[in-house]
Write a protein that binds this ligand. Sequence first.
Ligand SMILES: *Cc1c(COP(=O)(O)O)cnc(C)c1O
Length: 352
Amino acid sequence: MSTPRLEIDLKKIAHNLKALIALYGAKGVSIAAVTKVVCGNVAIAELLVKGGITILADSKIDNLKKMADGGLQCQFLLLGPPKLSEVEMIVKYADISLNTEISVIRQLSEVALAQGLIHKVILMVENGDLREGIMPDDLKNIIELVLQLKGIELIGIGTNLACFGGIQPDQAKMELLSDLATEVEKKFDIHLQHISGGNSANYQWLSNVHNRGRINHLRIGESIFLGCETLKRERIPGLFLDAFTLVSEVTELKSKPSLPYGEMGQNAFGETSEFSDSGIGWRAILGMGRQDVPCSGLTPEMKITILGGSSDHMIINPQQSSLRVGSEVRFNLNYAALLSAMTSPYVTKVNT
Ligand SMILES: *Cc1c(COP(=O)(O)O)cnc(C)c1O
């Protein structure tokens, strides 16, 4: 089998999903599965829907289209803010989108009306992480405008944390969202179906909380695929961390000096590197590189050391291992590495 190859253990993903649905379900919280890190992979999406997921969410409309074309029976949610240039596609392929800009929602309304559809909207509220979100003081003004739009149904409010600023979802931040939900429902005499409190970073808060308030929804990606929460990257008990394995192969194995020799300038990526001299020793080249995956996001299953990489090569110290040219070397992946490996057309995906 060719390399680099990403082996996807569908059973382990299904196990993680089942555990998370049970865990959060017991707290009264339903989850949308976020597929962006797996690029809307249809086999994985099928497994998610079979496992009980009713909303698949992705930040790329192309991924939602791919899953819709794959015949999946569920609702599709576009993580936002949506692009004005994609409004037609969004109304066609997304049932729901996360929004912050009234100009975009107006456009969604026009297109939905023209297509004879209702597009559902969740408004995102800024809560300190400083990625997408309406400032809390502006929420009521925007809701007033949204409620006048035909073709648009406001189904909830939400917030996103721990993505840009690394700000943690805690009781105060969740209460702010809860209180806003209650206030706007009262003011406008509406019911908000989804109060969407966050992502895989909400694990600690939700596990420990006695009163979740109005929060009844999360959008979960990383925990399903990599088995961890995302504030400290700690394993969620009972979940698999190794549903994905990246396999590469040795293309060169030689005894060489550890110190590059000659006049030193920049490397292929404009960096000047520092090396320490540990004499002559074995080193190996693996046939995959930065075009496929950042080597900083990989953890080898065998005892070897990653020395660095260029576009299509990864240099390792094979330590005591008995590698030969052609031997396969296996790695676990973090979120950044999984995102890259799933996105690279040069990495073969194999379901196991
Ligand atoms: C990516 C994303 C998520 C999912 O985050 P995970 O850490 O993978 O759980 C949830 N909400 C929004 C808005 C996102 O962009």
